[in-house]
Design a binder for this molecule. Structure first.
Ligand code: DOR
Ligand code: ZN
Length: 340
């Protein structure tokens, strides 16, 4: 009997960190092998904040991946982002979305936004021109417990922004909590969310399983089991408000295995395999294609990809290290394998 296979329209990754320089060359091909397009995060040092920087970065990415992969660029918002320059970059196709990092929330977010009010004129312009806002949804207030930063962000920032800019398209990225799921479900069509493999697979115990596990650490940090279950249910529900965004965020082994290890999980090499395993466990493989290949493109107003990819039911062992980086689920055997 032929092996069981799963064929879906070519998918996209609506949230990826491709880095720069040697790391870009090493990691971008993994994303390009799995996905037709990816929304590329702008949190380089210095950040991608002008249309010219975005175009030059796009060229470096295409150089690293070769043809057949389309990077979708984003602008890093700061307190002083010029709305005219932002709109110019959007209109000329230098970028398709802008990324809100609350200053200090995560890796390379130091130049992020210190108070959402500072970018209200920019948000108004984005609402007017139909440009998507990608949001790292965590407050940075040190008085707020790290596990509560997403839910407090909903109250303090996301709820007011959706109220004040009802026409603004917002992607609430890498959601990790039942509260985020609820908020997205009750909001209008302008709010959607991405979901990472790790937040479908890990709860916070994974970070402390038998010792401190730096490779299970990312931001937002994994939460309690009840939250993981809520996120899994939402992602696999078939709702068009949830779509694939890996947040693949490679750091060298040394940078992770350190007295102050970096946040970020490198999940690009086996992302589809990880997601497919989850959808199968949820009995929701019939919703996998919409999550991976349709909902995101529709939200961004982009055409669906042509062509398809096929996963085969067979064992895929995740290597212990790839390109000097320890990948997500290193050493584990996944139940699906992406065919070349
Ligand atoms: O864990 C994370 N790593 N979360 C982010 O938001 C940024 C990312 C990175 O760039 O390493
Ligand atoms: Zn990210």
């Amino acid at each position: 009997m032929a092996n069981e296979t799963l064929t879906i329209r070519r998918p996209d990754d609506w949230h990826a960190h491709l880095r720069d320089g040697e790391m870009l060359k090493a990691v971008a091909p993994f994303t390009a092998r799995q996905f037709a397009r990816a929304i590329v995060m702008p949190n380089l040092v210095p950040p991608i904040a002008t249309p010219e920087e975005a175009s030059a970065y796009r060229a470096r990415i295409v150089d690293a991946t070769g043809p057949g992969f389309t990077p979708l660029m984003t602008c890093y918002l700061t307190d002083s982002t010029s709305q005219d320059e932002l709109a110019r970059g959007f209109e000329t196709g230098a970028w398709i979305a802008a990324k809100l990092y609350p200053a200090g929330a995560t890796t390379n977010s130091a130049s992020g936004v210190t108070d959402i009010r500072n970018i209200y004129p920019v948000l108004e312009r984005m609402e007017r021109i139909g440009m998507v806002l990608c949001v790292h949804g965590e407050v940075t207030d040190p008085r707020i417990d790290v596990f509560d930063r997403e839910t407090v962000f909903i109250e303090r920032v996301l709820a007011p922004v959706t109220r004040d800019f009802p026409g603004l398209k917002i992607v609430f990225e890498h959601i990790t909590t039942a509260q985020a799921v609820q908020f997205v479900l009750q909001a209008g069509d302008g709010l959607a969310a991405t979901v990472t493999p790790q937040h479908l697979i890990l709860n916070r115990n994974a970070i402390f399983a038998g010792g401190l596990r730096p490779h299970a650490y990312c931001l937002p940090v994994a939460k309690r089991e009840e939250h993981r279950l809520a996120v899994r249910k939402a992602a696999s529900s078939g709702s068009p408000k949830f779509f694939l965004g890996t947040d693949s965020a490679p750091h060298s082994r040394e940078a992770k295995e350190s007295s102050c290890g970096c946040a970020g999980i490198f999940n690009a090499p086996f992302a589809l395999e990880s997601y497919a395993t989850v959808f199968e466990e949820e009995g929701a493989l019939d919703h996998f294609e919409a999550f991976a290949s349709e909902n995101g493109a529709r939200f961004y107003g982009l055409p669906l990809n042509e062509g398809s990819v096929t996963l085969e039911r067979s064992e895929a062992r995740v290597p212990d290290e790839l390109a000097g980086v320890v990948p997500f689920q290193a050493g584990e055997v996944l139940g699906w394998r992406l065919l070349a």
